[in-house]
Design a protein around this ligand. Structure first.
Ligand code: MLT
Length: 392
């Protein structure tokens, strides 16, 4: 037998698994050190009470014959899809519940969507890039082209009409840089996608962090229904990193190569995915209730305040950064021209603070570093103090 040789083209470890390994090794060798983790974007606040109540009630339903649930609908329960549709309506975007598919998160859907596209498509990603887009396409043997994001374009790559792509991944607000596209900028990508008969795979996992007048969805922009698929998740919006629930939106009219994209994805999901459990879907719907929406804002404000605390420290230190606004991530330039893994090692060993080295997100990430605002408040304050002591 043969294995999929494309795996030989991957970096040995998934970025966040590599970081976890290095941190565990360091902690094992130095058990007395109090390490503060601002690396992976994992939340630290509990679920909103509305969500936990719904989870408990959902679990209770499973204990009685009359309310027991088996396999869920492949696209997710109608009441959850309706709740997502109403949520989009609240910021002016019309999406029918029939265009929404509930899943176990944006990462899985972003990683799996490639199943419905041919292996010879050219994939365009912006670099720095969330490694899932790159790794999943390497696994499928697709060619990838990189659009540079750097200080000179405020970490927002724009389309180059001289380059052809078939599949375009965009993430806004961006992971890792926090840069967020305006409506006009997204319109330029939509026009480019239409000219190239391409599909935009739009990751809006961080939309809940937008506070300025920026699109919360690509479907807020004219023309997107003819070229875009959107992935979102409750992981960062409502603390579901462990609970797992997300959704993918595919306009019913979206077609490529004589095929309907919604139908292809539904076919793929029905074959390989058996849906999200009843209690979790109940909890997801509760997040979109009036009460749930109020409650998640409390957590989002907490994380925004953490972002402010980190940003202020960087301002004081005179360090260049992006993000922290409209985004839970702060993307900073490593001091003194340091490489990003070098800065990672120094910060871990000298200040016992973990971040994510920019190089792990691609060539344009070299020399940069990502901190998250998802930490505990006191630990974030302590991390900032250690950072200042270390750098001044
Ligand atoms: C991140 O920190 O970028 C993501 O939450 C990590 C992941 O998806 O593995």
């Amino acid at each position: 037998m043969n294995i999929n040789k494309n795996f030989d083209n991957l970096v040995p470890n998934y970025l966040f698994a590599e970081i976890a390994k290095r941190v565990t090794d360091y902690q094992t060798a130095n058990p007395d050190k109090d390490i503060i983790r601002l690396g992976i974007g994992d939340v630290t606040l509990p679920l909103a009470p509305a969500a936990t109540e719904a989870l408990k009630k959902g679990a209770d339903d499973l204990s009685k014959k009359e309310t027991f649930k088996g396999y869920p609908d492949y696209e997710g329960y109608e009441f959850v899809r309706k709740a997502v549709s109403d949520y989009y309506k609240s910021f002016g975007v019309e999406i029918s519940p029939d265009e929404i598919l509930i899943s176990d998160g944006a990462k899985s859907d972003c990683g799996n969507i490639g199943d419905i596209f041919g292996a010879d498509n050219i994939v365009l990603v912006t670099d720095p890039v969330y490694p899932v887009y790159v790794d999943s396409n390497i696994m499928s043997g697709r060619s990838i082209i990189y659009a540079d994001c750097n200080k000179y374009n405020n970490f927002k790559a724009m389309p180059d009409k001289n380059i052809h792509a078939d599949i375009i991944y965009l993430c806004s607000p961006n992971n890792p840089t926090g840069a967020a596209y305006t409506k006009d900028e997204l319109k330029a990508w939509i026009d480019y996608a239409m000219e190239n008969d391409a599909v935009i795979l739009y990751d809006s996992a961080y939309e809940a962090f937008i506070t300025e007048d920026l699109p919360r969805s690509i479907f807020a922009v004219e023309g997107a229904r003819h070229c875009a698929v959107e992935f979102c998740s409750l992981s960062k919006t409502a603390g579901f990193t462990g609970t797992r629930c997300g959704y993918t939106i595919i306009p019913k009219e979206l077609e490529r190569d004589g095929h309907n994209i919604y139908k292809l994805w539904y076919r793929r999901q029905a074959t390989k995915f058996n849906g999200v459990s009843w209690p979790v879907q109940c909890a997801a719907a509760a997040v979109f209730s009036e009460e749930g929406q109020k409650q998640i804002q409390v957590n989002l404000s907490y994380y925004r305040e953490n972002a402010k605390i980190i940003s202020q420290a960087l301002d004081e230190l005179g360090i260049y950064y992006t993000g922290g606004k409209n985004s839970p991530y702060i993307w900073l330039e490593c001091p003194n021209g340091m490489g990003s893994w070098e800065f990672f090692d120094l910060l871990l060993t000298k200040a016992n603070v973990v971040g994510t080295p920019g190089a792990g997100f691609g060539k344009n990430g070299e020399g940069f570093f990502r901190l998250t605002s998802f930490g505990d408040r006191d630990k974030t304050i302590e991390a900032v103090k250690r950072l200042k002591d270390f750098l001044s």
